[in-house]
Each structure stands twice: as C-alpha cells, then as structure tokens.
Design a protein. Structure first.
Length: 229
C-alpha cells in the first residue's frame, strides 16, 4: 500500500514565511507552527525511509531523532559568515554512511525548499585523503568509473553537480583522458523533485527509488575509499 506523504504544503508555506521574516522574534512566535508543520513531518519522512533503505542500501542510516539524527538543524552557523540571518530556509536531511564517524564516506542528502527540492548522492567537499583516493580509483580503473558514471538508469535520474578545479590536480596531466572528472572537488549527483512529488503519496518510495538508482556511483565511491556499500 502506498504511504501518504507526511510532508504537506504547510511545510513550504512556513519556509516561505521564514524567508521573509528571518529573525528570532518571528521564529519564537511561530515555534509551534515550525514543530507541527516542519520538524515533525520531516521526522516522519525519515521514519518512512528507514525500512526500505535497510533493504536496498543497508549501509545508509536514516536516524529519527529530534537532534543529532538525520534531520539537520534549522539554525545557521553564522560565526564565519557575512550573512547573519539566524535560520536556514530549507529542510535538510542527511542520510549518512555507517562509516562516516571515521571517514568522510559517501552519503545521501535530501533538500526541501521553496525554490528547489532534490535528492543528492555522493561526496560533497570530501576530505583531502578521500578526494585523493577517489581520483586514484578513477585513474587506476577508468573503465569502472565510466561504467558507474554513465550507467543508464543512474543518468536518467541524476546529473553530476558540484564544483571543479580550473586546472589539473597535482599528479595528473592536463591531457589525462579523464581530466574533467579528475578536476572535480565534489563527486555529487543530483535528482530534482517537485513540491508536488514531495507532498504526494509515495514520496518516500520515490526517494528510495532514486537512492537505488544512485547505487553505481555510491558503489564506486565507497570502493575507492575501501568501505562497503
């Protein structure tokens, strides 16, 4: 039976209002609305994701906790930012690899915002050692990399995103056959979703299906840093 989505339009209405009233007084006055329309539905979505992910991507952990779990804080870290607005205007869900306590392992990120909703898979700004290992894996077995990168189902759902160096990385020639991918500093694939897909029945199943489609990339990245997937 298809599950109803716990996410309703009220979540996006709250985020839209927060965009226009991003201050502590407004948020305090609307704290109950945040709890009912945003945090609790997001936690319910994470709970729906858990069982099917344990079957299809058991190394990823969907953790249902009000703090310290998969749901990211709405409070912004403004210590080193010129933008001092106190709150994020999106919901972020981070589904981490079980090895992430020890190494910056590939994971999945779900982003819900008024202007963009997406599922992303892979490594965003991996640590230097992780990035070097991924580049070595591409250099050592470019056929395996191209097979993962270009797998039909994966490319039908995802597009590669993130930033790249303007020059070739150290130890790799500018004319290396895979130089465009070796230049990447993010190994992230993104699948965009609409608000209607997020709020419709089967939203969690849709997201899990996308995570399954990302398996070729996730397997390659995990293999590169010697963790299971």
């Amino acid at each position: 039976m298809t599950q109803a989505s716990p996410i309703g339009p009220e979540l996006f209405e709250f985020l839209d209002d927060l965009t226009r009233h991003n201050d502590r007084d407004w948020f305090h006055a609307n704290k109950q609305r945040y709890e009912c329309d945003v945090r609790e539905p997001a936690l319910a979505l994470i709970e729906q994701l858990g069982p099917p992910l344990r079957r299809s991507a058991p190394m990823l952990s969907a953790i249902v906790k009000r703090s310290g779990g998969s749901l990211m804080r709405i409070h912004r870290d403004t210590r080193f930012s010129k933008d001092k607005t106190p709150y994020k205007t999106n919901v972020g869900i981070s589904i981490r690899h079980q090895a992430d306590d020890n190494i910056h392992a590939p994971g999945v990120y779900i982003h819900l915002a008024c202007d963009e909703c997406l599922v992303a898979a892979g490594c965003w700004r991996p640590h230097r050692e992780t990035l070097a290992a991924i580049r070595r894996a591409i250099d050592d077995d470019p056929t395996a990399w191209r097979r993962a990168r270009d797998q039909k189902k994966f490319r039908q759902s995802f597009h590669l995103s993130g930033e790249s160096l303007k020059t070739s990385p150290r130890d790799y020639s500018i004319d290396h056959p895979q130089i465009e991918d070796l230049r990447r500093i993010d190994f992230i694939a993104v699948a965009n979703l609409t608000q209607q897909e997020i709020t419709s029945a089967g939203a969690a199943a849709k997201m899990v299906g996308l995570i399954r489609d990302a398996k070729p990339l996730m397997q390659f990245l995990c293999s590169a840093i010697d963790v299971p997937y």
